[in-house]
Write a protein that binds this ligand. Structure first.
Ligand code: UTP
Length: 228
């Protein structure tokens, strides 16, 4: 059975756009696939975590505490997905990668949010993938792949269909960690997957057809990092 880790952004789960319908469809898809693929789902915090981090920073809250606020939001979102999965997953989000491994042995689908300060849920997904020796990581995002520049801002942005691990590392390079970054994948996560050569498939999470193909490891519309 293939082992797949999914990193799914908060901006995909709850953008306030038919979220109930989307979550119901996503849960059905995951439940359906769970008899054929071992699924580990890591849920992000999205806009809401960034909002809390922005307000907290204005009060002078330190970066560690801001990260912890972000983690709280990811776990809240994870609880929502757990509700949608109606008993097919663990009952409470795993709080560490080690706990996720244990809970994953128990239920068809394992769900968690963030863990500790200093990275995003992409980093968690990469660490988890390393632990469970995942065949691939599917990064379900708000856009349908990696672009040469922000497609929401630039009309001439072009989609990149394939990237090497080296190119991923280059585009995720950051200097200092600050809570709430926005990047293709976080720097820590990129290093882990490049070291382990775990393929990363970037797909639009709201496109359930493309998401299903990526989860199955079949040709899909999006960006493939590292080849399959
Ligand atoms: P996210 O993983 O949601 O970051 O964590 P993101 O880049 O905003 O991802 P999307 O938009 O959902 O795809 C939100 C914030 O929570 C903190 C970080 O500050 C991160 O930016 N966090 C999250 C941690 O410190 N540790 C974690 O394990 C997870």
């Amino acid at each position: 059975m293939d082992i797949v880790v999914i990193s799914i952004g908060g901006s995909v789960l709850i953008p306030d756009d038919n979220d109930f319908e989307y979550l119901s469809g996503l849960a059905q898809l995951l439940i359906g696939l769970s008899s054929k693929i071992k699924l580990y789902v890591v849920v992000g915090g999205g806009r809401i975590s960034r909002y809390y981090i922005k307000l907290g920073r204005k009060f002078g809250t330190d970066e560690r505490a801001l990260d912890e606020m972000g983690v709280d939001v990811t776990r809240l979102n994870a609880r929502l997905l757990i509700s949608a999965l109606s008993g097919k997953s663990n009952d409470f989000p795993a709080t560490s990668v080690a706990e996720a491994v244990v809970l994953g042995n128990d239920r068809p689908i394992m769900v968690m949010g963030g863990t500790t300060p200093g990275h995003t849920t992409d980093g968690v997904a990469a660490s988890l993938a390393e632990f469970v020796k995942a065949d691939r990581i599917v990064n379900a995002t708000a856009v349908d792949g990696v672009y040469t520049k922000d497609p929401n801002v630039y009309d001439d942005a072009e989609k990149i269909e394939k990237m090497s691990f080296g190119e991923l590392l280059e585009c995720c390079k950051t200097s200092d960690w600050k809570a709430g970054p926005s990047n293709v994948f976080d720097a820590m996560g990129a290093e882990i997957i490049a070291k382990n050569r775990t393929p990363l498939l970037v797909v639009k999470g709201r496109d359930l057809e493309a998401l299903e193909s990526a989860l199955r490891g079949e040709p899909f519309s999006g960006t493939t990092v590292g080849g399959v």
